[in-house]
Design a binder for this molecule. Structure first.
Ligand code: SAM
Length: 261
């Protein structure tokens, strides 16, 4: 087989450090019957060891040449190759208790994480390699500059654990930044839920749209509907100081006052 030329537009940085591959697969801990979906299998650095422990795997790959290689290398009974843009795939078609994994193309990581929220009820867990800076934002707590819309929207729906960093030298070609592995476990039915999740998303987006501005400035006419004292939030705070529970409380008060997304 001829060597594959890495394509920048598809965010192709292939894992070549076998110790890192092993650490990732051990963190995922596949069981034979798991329903696992890999996003961006590439040259199968993770695909092959995962398939060593699984009965079957589904892999979504956008690059036609890489999809063809995967079909050549693995039998169709074991590996289902979906040649598609993962952002266009409806993950609900794959069933329940999904385990989603991938060394994600960094150019689509945020939109993909947001898109996967819609099928979180069908997911058991997600393990991703991302830019370390993105993982730091995902796990950030209120009060720091890493705390952002991404932190609030994902922590609302998942328990998120940063597992370990991966240096650029683990890839070919090496990316310019350090990466990290993250584990995401969807929160169950007992989770804190906003009365209206669309409105929750709108409130969070609006609050962070001008993150240096005080809440009363950025929320404008909504300010009067929020029981600040009861929520333990001040109108002079900035979005980065408000906890997930604080945003849920603000959303519920606005919804009760008749505000809609
Ligand atoms: N998993 C391999 C590894 O660890 O070496 C490859 C990882 S590489 C960072 C990202 C992979 O995702 C590439 O194979 C790339 O072609 C694929 N990819 C890029 N954009 C994609 C998309 N929108 N949907 C599905 N796969 C995509």
């Amino acid at each position: 087989m001829t060597a594959h030329q890495a394509r920048k537009r598809f965010g192709q940085n292939f894992l070549v450090d076998l110790a890192v591959v092993d650490a990732i697969v051990r963190a995922i801990a596949p069981k034979r019957d798991d329903v696992m979906i890999e996003i961006g299998p590439g040259l199968s650095a993770l695909t092959a060891p995962l398939l060593g422990q699984l009965e079957k795997l589904t892999a979504i790959e956008i690059d036609r040449d890489l999809a063809a290689r995967l079909r050549q290398r693995f039998s169709v009974d074991r590996l289902t190759v979906v040649e598609a843009d993962a952002l266009q795939v409806d993950f609900r078609q794959f069933g329940q208790a999904l385990r989603i994994v991938g060394n994600l193309p960094y150019n689509i990581s945020s939109p993909l994480l947001f898109a996967l929220v819609d099928c979180a009820d069908q997911v058991r867990d997600q393990h991703f390699m991302l830019q370390r800076e993105v993982v730091d934002r995902m796990v950030a707590q209120p009060g720091g500059s890493d705390y952002s819309r991404l932190s609030v929207m994902l922590q609302y729906r998942y328990q998120i654990h940063k597992l370990f960093d991966v240096a650029p030298e683990a890839f070919d070609p090496p990316p310019r930044v350090t990466s990290a592995i993250v584990r995401m476990i969807p929160r169950g039915a007992e989770r804190l839920q906003a009365l209206d999740e669309k409105l929750f998303a709108t409130v969070v987006q609006r609050a962070f749209s001008q993150r240096r501005k005080m809440l009363r400035g950025v929320l404008g006419e909504w300010t009067a509907f929020i029981p600040w004292e009861t929520l333990g939030v001040l109108p002079t705070w900035r979005a980065e100081q408000v906890s997930v529970a604080g945003f849920v409380g603000m959303t519920d008060a606005l919804f009760t006052a008749g505000v809609r997304a």
